[in-house]
Design a protein around this ligand. Sequence first.
Ligand SMILES: Cc1cc2nc3c(=O)[nH]c(=O)nc-3n(C[C@H](O)[C@H](O)[C@H](O)COP(=O)(O)OP(=O)(O)OC[C@H]3O[C@@H](n4cnc5c(N)ncnc54)[C@H](O)[C@@H]3O)c2cc1C
Ligand code: HEM
Length: 420
Amino acid sequence: MALNYKQTKLVKDTIPALREHGERIASIFYRNMLRAHPELNNYFNSVNLKNGRQPRALTAVILGFAANINNLAEQVPKFERMCNKHCSLSIRLEHYEIVGEYLIRAYAEVLGPAMTPEVQVAWERAYSVLAKMLTGREAQLYKQFGSWSSWRKFRVDKVVPESADIYSFYLVPQDGEPLPSFLPGQYVSVQVPTPDGHLQARQYSLSEAWRPDYYRISVKRDEGPAYANAVSKSYLHPGAVSNLLIDRVAAGAAVDVSHPAGEFFLDTKETGARPLVLISAGIGVAPMVSIANAVTQSQPGRPISWIHGSRSEQVPFHDHVARLRAQHPASFRTAVFKSRVVEGVDVPGVTYDFASRVDLARLSPDEDRLFLEHGGTEYFVCGPEAFMRDVSLYLRAQGVAGAHIKIETFSTGDAALEQK
Ligand SMILES: Cc1cc2nc3c(=O)[nH]c(=O)nc-3n(C[C@H](O)[C@H](O)[C@H](O)COP(=O)(O)OP(=O)(O)OC[C@H]3O[C@@H](n4cnc5c(N)ncnc54)[C@H](O)[C@@H]3O)c2cc1C
Ligand code: HEM
């Protein structure tokens, strides 16, 4: 049910106090909710709960929504990323009821006497309007997923190293049924049991164009902060899922995989010939391989630029990209930035083009790898957050419209929300 004028005002009047106590609300909310519903630990990323990214993201969306409650239509595009993520994690209507209950209780605890019964009803309505919008969109996505709307068992067919710390996993469905198509750039969630007895899911971009027999993901080892002393180097908090996949999940193992999802993709139904510029750093390369493969297969003459920055000795997918360039010499352009060049091993023009981090200003306009003059060029950017910010700022300064720059962040919350 919609809010009346008075309720809208009550909600808006309490926003400053809720913003001020955002961190406290989030910690009360998650603590109480997870105590009463420990099964939800299997859904939430434990690291993003601890470092506050997830609570901050949820609070920012709810308060932002409430502050703009009179302009609901304008807010819908902002929800696309989270709805896709929710669906890739099997979040359901009943979970929204639990979240709503514990969130309003946390608001009440923090607001104290200011949370009058009237204010509480107003907030319950506001939450239910938002939950309805999200679950409505999620119902559409689940419908598109068809019968695969939760976890599906896959067998790891093979694991192939792409560099010293990136491994591709070829995943075959155990039921042997053909795999549904996805849009290049999208991801799957992979769920594994972790040593603490919980399940943990993480997202991995599909790194191959769609094919009916297997999906491929490429996982980078996340070592975490290093701790070095005189004799050895060790790691304080090695990433839970990436290390587990790389060290413990070999060919033949079973993993749970979600239906592909995500709002960062190339729309292959829009068959225009507008140039595409793929700009990545590190493991941000994964969705770019899927996009490049899909385009070179289905639209072989479409102009496409591949710009990648790597710190690894072995640039991931280097040979594959060199093959694509050789097969499509008129349309496929590349630029590889390597920040650690190894003397005697690296050869300029062969293993790399620029001995530095990605610096778009170094690309000569004569070779036109950014297609800045075209006006309709689509830019796909994926890598560390600071890198994506710098690339976006550079492109915007060159006159590229924000709507033509798509970014994919490999984390939760902040950066993903900022771009909207
Ligand atoms: C849409 C999307 C697509 C993605 N695609 C890919 C992909 O194609 N390939 C890929 O490799 N990754 C991808 N990711 C990232 C991936 O989902 C995981 O986040 C990544 O593998 C790290 O997960 P993990 O479980 O290993 O690390 P986590 O255990 O989640 O830890 C994350 C980081 O936090 C640090 N940390 C953990 N605990 C602490 C602590 N107590 N104190 C301080 N630091 C701590 C860890 O060292 C690590 O650096 C994607 C993410 C998204 C959202
Ligand atoms: C109105 C209600 C909700 C809001 C506003 C909300 C908001 C968000 C946002 C902003 C993100 C981060 C998206 C991203 O950056 O990728 C997110 C992710 C997530 N949400 Fe929700 N959410 C809501 C309901 C729920 C419910 C009901 C559940 C399940 C109990 C849930 C579980 C999750 C999980 C598990 C993630 C991924 C967390 C991670 O990767 O760290 N959310 N949500």
